[in-house]
Structure formats: structure tokens, C-alpha cells
Design a protein around this ligand. Structure first.
Ligand code: ADP
Ligand code: MG
Length: 220
């Protein structure tokens, strides 16, 4: 059964679609069957996947009432089903939370993003508690520069408020922009950045695809 991974943030432009496309490309490169359900009318993930350079599938679903059915259907045929959402509070975001095993809340190094991350975190907690489901939820520092006072300030503010933040940011790299133009894996130094990010998730055992037992026979 597929693992469902989504990106939610009520503020737009924080790196949701970039994170999902980069992670999808990396998983596909490692042999995973990945599909992205794009629920955002901007269709960033859909347009990236249609360039068809990474073997990642994408479907559009703009009807919130059909999201659950779409995801359930896709889970049977893929290793990973991703859900990308638009940057506002919506019924679609609620249905997404209820369907997800992992939720990423991206946050750039700016105060409005951190405020949006906090509100989104609280929204996810409220939905989780009322539905009695507990998806792994992580804030992802996105488009971060190393060692600047604003980036360290945002990291500290998120920690003070009790939000669980992945240690490895998706560093600010031009390759994360170029990947949208070309439909590829993040090129150049962005490749190392997504690899570093995935390594933390692997170490935490968060990604089921990497936990599955290998099919090769074990010599005894
Ligand atoms: N790590 C990064 N490095 C450089 N640019 C980034 C990074 N993450 C996101 N961006 C850029 O930020 C902008 C918004 O990202 P996007 O993924 O479309 O956000 P959202 O889906 O939350 O609206 C895009 O131009 C994207 O290329
Ligand atoms: Mg987007």
C-alpha cells in the first residue's frame, strides 16, 4: 500500500510544489512508482511532471469531495502518492490532512512564512485530534541560506513554539528553480541538497519505500 505524502501551508510561495517535485524525482530515481495529485489550480507539479523527464505521474484533482476517492484509487498502483495543495486554508487541505501519512509544512526564512507555518501546524493538530489520526508532521525550512541571522532566527522561533522542524533545510539553490523549467531532478548543487534532505528522512525511518525489504535472496 502506498505511503501518502503531502505539502500544506496556508501561505503561498513557500516551496510546497518544489519540495514535492524534488522528492518525487529522487524517489523515482531510486525506483519508486510515484504519483502526485495536484489540487492547486496553478498546476505547478502537473506541469513539471508532464515534461516527463523523471517518470513521475501526476493527476489533477480540483474537487475536494473527490480527493479521498482519487487517493484511495491510486494507492493500489503506486509506492508513493503525493498531494500538493494551494496556499490557503481550505476543505481540500482538511481532506489532505486526513489522507496523509506524512505532512510537510514548508517555511522560507521570513516572518510571514513562519506565522503561516505556525497556523498550519495548529490547523493540522486540530484536524488530527478531531479525527484521531496522527500523521507524521514536519516543518521543512525551504530556500534557506546557511548561517544568516534571519534563517537562524526563524529556526529558533519555530523550535520555541514547539513545531517539529527537520534539521536539513532545502537549501537555497538555483537548481530548484531550473527543475520546473526542464521537468528534471533538481540539477547542479540542488541534487546534493535534495539528497541531504532525503538522507535525514531515511535515517528517521520516515519513508516507507526505503524501509521495504530488498527482494534479493540472502546467501546463508
Ligand atoms: N530551495 C529553494 N531554492 C531556490 N528557490 C526555491 C527553493 N524552494 C522554492 N523555491 C522557489 O520559490 C518559489 C515558490 O516555490 P513553490 O514551490 O512554487 O511554492 P508553493 O508551492 O508553496 O507556492 C518558486 O519560484 C521556486 O522556484
Ligand atoms: Mg505550489
Amino acid at each position: 500500500m502506498a505511503q501518502v505524502i503531502s505539502a500544506i501551508q496556508e501561505k503561498g510561495g513557500v516551496g510546497k510544489s518544489t519540495l514535492l517535485c524534488a522528492l518525487a524525482a529522487r524517489l523515482a530515481k531510486d525506483g519508486a512508482k510515484v504519483v502526485i495529485v495536484d489540487t492547486d489550480p496553478q498546476k505547478t507539479c502537473l506541469k513539471w511532471a508532464e515534461k516527463d523527464k523523471c517518470g513521475v505521474d501526476a493527476v489533477e484533482q480540483l474537487n475536494d469531495e473527490l480527493l479521498t476517492k482519487t487517493v484511495k484509487h491510486l494507492k493500489g498502483s503506486y509506492d508513493v502518492v503525493m498531494i500538493d495543495t494551494a496556499g490557503y486554508k481550505s476543505a481540500m487541505a482538511v481532506y489532505t490532512v486526513m489522507r496523509s501519512d506524512i505532512i510537510f509544512i514548508p517555511c522560507k526564512a521570513a516572518e510571514p512564512d513562519a506565522k503561516g507555518a505556525l497556523r498550519t501546524w495548529q490547523h493540522v493538530q486540530a484536524i488530527s485530534e478531531s479525527a484521531d489520526i496522527y500523521p507524521q508532521t514536519y516543518v521543512v525550512l525551504s530556500d534557506f541560506d546557511k548561517g544568516t541571522s534571519i534563517s537562524e532566527g526563524i529556526r529558533d522561533a519555530l523550535a520555541t513554539q514547539g513545531l517539529i522542524t527537520l534539521k536539513t533545510p532545502l537549501w537555497h539553490r538555483t537548481g530548484f528553480k531550473e527543475m520546473h523549467t526542464h521537468g528534471t531532478l533538481p540539477p547542479g548543487s540542488a541534487t546534493a541538497a535534495i539528497n541531504e534532505f532525503v538522507a535525514e528522512l531515511q535515517l528517521a525511518g520516515a519513508l516507507e519505500f526505503y524501509r521495504e525489504p530488498k527482494k534479493e535472496a540472502v546467501n546463508g
